[in-house]
Design a protein around this ligand. Structure first.
Ligand code: HEM
Length: 411
């Protein structure tokens, strides 16, 4: 944390300059204390985009999240930038719908994602993790993002969706460039290529899987989408494709992000790692603390449906309202010493959303994956250490490392 204070009225929160090395925590602390509902006038990389309100404190975000009638997910998309993804496609995913359609579609999946149902996958997830770690045998160094996190999360969500194992890497590349659209490494062809190249490829690949399941129903989640009926109607083709995209994208990206940031924090704080080595029953707490400190999505966004007021600030119908989870998770009115990584902290957080209708469907799966990944990595490589400069994705939306070089055991 540096101590430079910004002139808040001039600050454009999502501009790239603030995100080159992860979220601007100083700036958010200043906003929480001086201007908790803050106006960003424009988004420099996207000159045609409207500005937005930033909501930075936990209880205000909770209020926005719960009030879907005033703050819609359907009206204008769910990220600060509307332009990257055509709105019509955003609205085909239940993350971009409002009730009642949102609730009906989400309900089709919810039964399979309860903590109890997810717990039944622990053995399968553990064997995916140990298989991936086995591939490191004989190596001195690796990159935790590409060599461990990516193959694990791709296979876990791939097995839920019915993706053949040999297609995992291709799907991961597509998802990384779609979600990290503005990052020159994840998406070297530039933002326009998401619509011109990646989305058509996602559709083509997905349509093949859909056709197979129409013919031969299976018990994977792709089949659930293909055969879903809402009020007696089947989903349209683009709704099935985008439902598939939502699950694969959410499953691919976020768990990978939290695992890598959490492992980095454990290497940077050997005292905290030692606590876990001495008492592995603390791992679930370390998972929650990693989610709090490094939420995989920096923000989600809503659009005001009516003229309203939030914490004394007037907001007009049609304006964008951005909930910054990277800020609320370090709200000093909620957490003592919020920037300290403390695996014993027993705190709630908003990494999975703030209690509203769109609360993360995959929270139980993500928690289980993270627990198993931390347990197995720590058991095998208790003294892992950094071996080069980690780099963050340049994004105000996905909060994740794109590279985390490590030495597996000290020399
Ligand atoms: C560390 C891991 C994860 C984090 C931090 C995370 C976070 C989030 C957040 C913040 C939201 C949106 C809440 C809002 O509207 O503000 C969300 C929604 C969602 N997540 Fe996750 N997620 C994770 C893992 C997963 C996994 C593994 C899946 C697998 C299926 C998943 C599926 C979804 C879906 C389908 C939604 C949309 C829910 C809705 O609109 O009702 N997530 N997640």
């Amino acid at each position: 944390m540096s101590s430079t204070r910004a002139r808040l009225e001039d600050v454009l929160v999502s501009d790239r300059e603030h995100w080159l090395d992860g979220p601007p925590h100083d700036l958010f602390a200043q906003m929480r204390s001086e201007c908790p509902i803050h106006w960003t006038a424009r988004i420099t990389d996207y000159p045609d985009e409207a500005g937005y309100w930033s909501v930075t404190r936990a209880h205000d975000i909770h209020a926005v999240s719960r009030d879907w009638q005033t703050y819609s997910s359907e009206l204008g998309g769910v990220t600060a930038v509307t332009d990257v993804f055509p709105l019509e496609l955003m609205r085909a995913m239940f993350i971009g719908m409002d009730p009642p359609k949102h609730d009906r579609l989400k309900m089709l999946f919810q039964a399979g994602f309860t903590p109890r149902r997810i717990a039944a996958h622990e053995g399968a997830i553990r064997s995916i993790v140990t298989d991936v770690l086995d591939r490191l045998d004989g190596r001195e160094t690796c990159d935790l993002v590409t060599d461990v996190a990516q193959p694990v999360v791709s296979r876990v969500i791939g097995s839920f969706m019915g993706i053949p194992r040999e297609d995992d890497a291709a799907w991961a590349t597509l998802m990384n460039s779609a979600l990290g659209a503005g990052d020159p490494d994840l998406n070297p062809d530039g933002v326009e290529s998401v619509v011109s190249k990646d989305i058509p490829e996602i559709f083509a690949r997905c349509q093949r899987m859909i056709a197979e399941r129409r013919e031969h129903p299976t018990d994977d989640l792709t089949s659930v989408l293909v055969h879903a009926e809402i009020d007696g109607n089947k989903l349209e083709e683009h709704e099935i494709v985008m439902g598939f995209f939502l699950l694969v994208a959410a499953g691919n990206d976020s768990t990978k992000a939290t695992y890598c940031s959490g492992m980095r924090a454990l290497m940077d704080h050997p005292d905290q790692r030692q606590l876990l080595l001495d008492d592995p029953s603390l791992v679930p707490r370390a998972v929650e603390e990693s989610l709090r400190m490094y939420p995989a999505f920096s923000h989600f966004r809503r659009t005001a449906t009516i003229d309203t007021e939030l914490a004394g600030q007037k907001i007009q119908a049609g304006e964008k309202v951005v909930m910054w989870y990277v800020s609320s998770n370090r709200d000093e009115t909620r957490y003592e010493d919020p920037h300290r990584f403390d695996v014993r902290r027993a705190g709630d957080h908003q990494a999975f959303g703030a209690g509203g209708r769109h609360f993360c469907l995959g929270a139980a799966l993500a928690r289980l994956e993270l627990k198993v990944m931390f347990e197995e990595t720590l058991a095998r490589y208790p003294q892992m250490e950094p071996a080069g400069k980690p780099m963050m994705v340049e994004s105000g939306f996905i909060n994740q490392l794109k590279t985390l070089p490590v030495r597996l055991s000290p020399v």
